[in-house]
Design a protein around this ligand. Structure first.
Ligand code: CTP
Ligand code: MG
Length: 249
């Protein structure tokens, strides 16, 4: 992908407008420091250092402009050329992704391929981004997945903390899905607009939204290290791992 004329224009939407309710605390998790730098700073830097990502569109909460500025001050590389001004996200992840996609349409030229990535996954590695771009290019809609080690049950909640088991899918066929997820830009924004028009909200990943829209989605090999910081213990673990220099960029 080194010939600029031959490769698709590739953008990344980084969704960072969540409240981090499961972790709690005053500062949303994407602005907490791990190994001395904010989670979002690390995520942006990891994507920006990839030579095939041309443009990064951050999506932040309406009240987070000051936190975001502090994050940028922490960067030790110049993202000026790649990094767009942040846009405001919405009440759900789906709305935040849509805001990022619409912003890409308005300024700087429409990309061919778009990666959608959670700000809360700062461990995203170069080879995972490589695989996302390759699979997205080849298949049009591609999400990273890792095999699950637990047996998974499909349940229906019947009382607080109790669910009735419906089904136990064969473990070999299951994948835990991550980001970055890669899509043809035109197809993904069309799917998002349609979902919004039809009042569908709350898809927790773009893969599910794309499936709903009738796209054929493939799963490529994810990365077990690319965990999403979700619970307090994830923040402690990320802090430990970045303090030891893992994935430092
Ligand atoms: N996100 C977003 N806009 C929202 C909700 C989520 O941009 N309205 C982003 C988060 O900032 C995060 C990613 O989507 O980077 C994955 O979401 P999740 O891990 O659920 O983060 P939060 O929603 O912030 O956390 P919680 O669900 O615990 O409140
Ligand atoms: Mg959430």
């Amino acid at each position: 992908m080194s010939d600029p004329a031959a490769r698709p224009r590739t953008a990344a939407v980084v969704v960072a407008a969540g409240k981090g309710l499961r972790i709690g605390g005053d500062l949303p998790k994407q602005y907490r420091r791990v190994g001395g730098r904010a989670v979002l700073t690390r995520t942006l830097a990891a994507l920006a250092q990839h030579p095939d990502i041309d443009r990064i569109q951050p999506v932040i909460a309406p009240d987070a402009a000051d936190f975001y500025r502090e994050c940028l001050a922490d960067l030790d590389i110049d993202l000026g050329k790649k990094l767009s001004e942040p846009v405001e996200g919405g009440a759900t992840r789906q709305q935040s992704v849509r805001a990022g996609l619409e912003a890409l349409a308005v300024t700087g030229g429409v990309p061919d391929l778009v990666l959608v990535h959670d700000a809360a996954r700062p461990h995203v590695a170069t080879d995972l981004i490589d695989r996302a771009i390759r699979a997205g290019r080849e298949h049009g809609a591609a999400v990273p997945g890792v095999a699950v080690s637990d047996t998974i049950k499909l349940v229906e909640p019947i009382a607080p903390g109790i669910g009735r088991v419906h089904e136990t899918p064969a473990r070999e066929a299951l994948r835990a899905v991550q980001t970055p997820q890669a899509f043809g830009y035109a197809a993904l924004i069309a799917a998002h607009r349609r979902a919004a028009d039809e009042g569908r909200d709350g898809f927790t990943d773009d893969g599910a939204l794309a499936e709903w829209a009738g796209l054929q989605v493939v799963v490529f090999e994810g990365d077990a290290a690319n965990r999403k910081i979700t619970q307090p213990s994830d923040l402690i673990e990320a802090d430990r791992s970045f303090s030891q220099g893992a994935g430092d960029v």
